[in-house]
Design a protein around this ligand. Structure first.
Ligand code: SF4
Ligand code: SF4
Length: 367
């Protein structure tokens, strides 16, 4: 391994993967040096991905526990590593990729210090440099994220699973927290870009919320406030999106102009295959007054008003229900979309599906 902690970090981040892995380019080092002190870079480069105790990491690195513990705690507070609770309530630490992980944690507090602005600009530069070298946004072989529809837009009598209802997470989980949308905040800090959509709308549930509250990256909200936040996000035409598993610990409320989840899906040849709720809109021609509101609201540009009633491009439609929630004539309802598999039950199953899809893709490329 190299003596330079930032070179070591670059190699480790390359192995951790994700859409923006470590890349040996000047933009990586400029960003890494702003985010990590040299000792933090060294620790991050040596940390295992699986959650590990302080004593495990200390013995693996040959470091003294007390000073290592201080570094790890400082890193967790800065969003440079993750923590979880072990079976005896002890703190476990884990390494994070840039995305999803370190990038998001930098902006969830919604602060706008000079350092925040520098980090936002450096992250923007790094993302652009990686995209340039890779020829665009990464290809999605299996959906890492999914959409959860606006519940009230689902046609009455439709079979709806618990995992397709945002309200079920609000009902079942405690605590619930809210934080700043890191995508919109990063864009605002790095380039002054602001689409005017609400920012305090990203939510976390259960352990996800506990973590965010403990690390002061967001604040706890009551169930009543959580429902009001959802309503605000829906009125603004934001898309409910989360990880592609049945149980979730966060809910983003995304705009197509800034949010990474939507932007990546929209860069695919058929966005509907990369991001999906399992529903699709059905438009009642007798109720439609051809006002075009749904066409304007659709975050996927999946609607076109070439005739009296908008047509849906099924290759683009996420099934989010944003068209329906804004229709003044209540002419749109979501119905079940055939042929969509249920999301993997948990993160382990999702990881297995991602590995399988990526090895199929590699075999396909060889053949
Ligand atoms: S918003 Fe409703 S009424 Fe207006 S074009 Fe769309 S479906 Fe028709
Ligand atoms: S047409 Fe657009 S707004 Fe309507 S469900 Fe599909 S993606 Fe969402």
């Amino acid at each position: 391994m190299s003596e330079d902690p930032y070179k070591e970090l670059c190699q480790a981040m390359a192995q951790r993967g994700g859409p923006y892995p470590g890349m040996d380019i000047p933009e990586f080092y400029a960003l890494a040096k702003e985010l990590f002190l040299p000792d933090e870079a060294k620790v991050c480069a040596s940390m295992p991905r699986r959650p590990s105790s302080l004593s495990q990491i200390a013995s693996q690195m040959g470091w003294e526990e007390r000073s290592l513990g201080e570094i790890l705690e400082a890193m967790a507070d800065k969003g440079l590593c993750g923590t979880a609770k072990g079976p005896q309530g002890e703190t476990l630490y884990m390494a994070l990729p840039f995305v999803p992980g370190i990038f998001e944690y930098q902006f969830m507090r919604g602060t706008a210090t000079e350092r925040d602005k520098r980090i936002a600009r450096l992250i923007r530069d790094y993302k652009k440099a990686v995209e340039k070298r890779r020829g665009g946004l990464p290809k999605i072989t299996f959906p890492l994220n999914r959409v959860i529809p606006v519940e009230k837009t689902i046609q009455a009598g439709t079979r709806v699973h618990t995992y397709q209802q945002v309200s079920s997470y609000i009902d079942r989980y405690e605590p619930i927290s809210v934080s700043t949308c890191f995508c919109r905040h990063e864009a605002k800090l790095s380039e002054g870009s602001d689409c005017g959509k609400p920012n305090q709308v990203c939510m976390q549930f259960g352990d996800g919320a506990r973590y965010v509250i403990e690390r002061r990256m967001g604040r706890e909200v009551t169930k009543k406030e959580a429902r009001e936040i959802l309503k605000r996000a829906e009125e603004a035409g934001l898309v409910h999106a989360s990880i592609n598993t049945q149980e979730i610990d966060f809910l983003c409320n995304c705009c197509p102009c800034h949010c990474m989840i939507l932007k990546m899906a929209l860069a695919q040849p058929r966005p509907a295959l990369a991001l999906q709720s399992g529903f699709e809109p059905r438009i009642d021609p007798d109720k439609c007054v051809s006002c075009g509101t749904c066409v304007e609201r659709c975050p996927a540009k999946a609607l076109a008003l070439s005739q009296d009633v908008p047509e849906v491009d099924r290759d683009r439609c996420f099934g989010c229900g944003v068209c329906s929630s804004g229709c003044p004539s209540e002419a749109i309802e979501l119905v079940e979309r055939e042929g969509i598999s249920p999301p993997p039950p948990d993160k382990r199953a999702l990881k297995d599906a991602l590995v399988k899809a990526s090895s199929h893709q590699k075999e396909g490329q060889k053949g």
